[in-house]
Ligand binder design. Structure first.
Ligand code: RIB
Length: 334
């Protein structure tokens, strides 16, 4: 186990400067801070002050890591986090990582070196691609997926997708296409499970030709819709794994002469603010994005304060919102 003395030697700085870098980094020059960070990294030093029991100077900030700030779902989660953080007098340091592990590492490091107190990760957990959980980093995953091995706040993505599919099947649809998110995305994996479960339960065979991949953006939905509009027998309904792709798909389908929902029903997932303004208004799953953010921040503060008791997994209710983008399956195509 290395000590603060080892860090000071390695960094070529006094113990007092190293200690200041840990407790009040804003009072240390950027150059010294860099040297301390490099030394800590090299020696894998973990200051005692990180122990939950030790009273340390709070940095009064938390880090929020987001894979894509441009997605309105994530910005709504962040605004929920902000509400709680502001009440606590904490700043939110935003890390728009664009899925870069290098960027994530830099932000995790801020917590390790006490420049921030804790962290909320919005990217769903993937075993082969996650820096968390990590010793001495208090973290919560917001909007995660099943089997996240650290504190998490999420909805049941499998059940939600299954509910949408059951509804489409109840309207008489049997050929139901899907625009998936990137296939190794844990949300996409959970939602695909729901899609398949509903088909199986209705005795409809899963057809891989009816599944195409997007990346959760408007453009990818528009692009993916071409796959279906070119089919000799297009599906009569389309389950899209988020609203952005659904709205993109509606635009693409309409441009090819399809009527929504008369020829093809389309569903989304998220209930973004503009889902009700889409033409036609979108049938979708309303995720409680703001509440997910608030709950995640409350949980993080409880963990930091050492006041949390009981389970650290919170599955919040979602709502299924039926609007005008879905209707009965057209008889002639079934
Ligand atoms: O990764 C993007 C998607 O995952 C969002 O649109 C939302 O559905 C989230 O769960």
């Amino acid at each position: 186990m290395s000590t603060i003395r080892d860090v000071s030697k390695q960094a070529g700085l006094s113990i007092a400067t190293v200690s200041r870098a840990l407790s009040t980094p804003e009072k240390v020059s950027p150059e010294s801070l860099k040297r301390v960070q490099a030394a800590i990294e090299k020696l894998q030093y973990r200051p005692n002050m990180l122990s939950q029991k030790f009273r340390y100077n709070s940095a009064n900030s938390i880090v929020v890591l987001v894979p894509n700030i441009a997605n309105l779902f994530f910005s709504t989660v962040i605004s929920g986090i902000e509400n709680v953080a502001q009440k606590r007098g904490f700043n939110v340091l935003l890390g728009d990582t664009r899925d870069s592990m290098q960027r994530e590492q830099e932000f995790v490091h801020l917590v390790e070196t006490r420049q921030a107190d804790g962290l909320i990760q919005l990217r769903p957990y993937k075993a082969n691609n996650s820096l968390l959980p990590k010793a001495h980093v208090t973290a919560v995953n917001a909007s995660g997926c099943e089997n996240t091995p650290y504190p998490t706040v999420r909805i049941d993505n499998v059940a939600a997708a299954q509910e949408v599919m059951r509804y489409l099947i109840s309207l008489g649809h049997k050929r139901i296409g899907m625009i998936s998110g990137l296939k190794d995305n844990p949300h996409a994996i959970d939602r695909m499970r729901g899609y398949k479960a509903a088909l199986a339960e209705a005795g409809i065979e899963f057809d891989p030709a009816l599944v195409t991949e997007g990346d959760f953006t408007l453009w990818s939905g528009l692009n993916a819709s071409g796959h279906f509009s070119r089919m000799p027998t297009p599906p009569t309904a389309l389950f899209c794994m988020n609203d952005e792709m659904a709205i993109g798909a509606i635009k693409g389908l309409k441009s090819k002469g399809f009527r929504v929902p008369e020829d093809i029903s389309v569903t989304g997932f998220d209930d973004l603010e503009f889902a009700k303004y889409s033409d036609p208004a979108l049938t979708t799953i309303a995720q409680p994005a703001g509440k997910i953010g608030e709950k995640a921040a409350e949980l993080l503060f409880q963990l930091l304060d050492g006041t949390h008791e009981g389970s650290t997994e919170f599955v919040l209710p979602y709502e299924f919102v039926i609007r005008q983008s879905t209707g009965p399956a057209p008889q002639q195509q079934n």
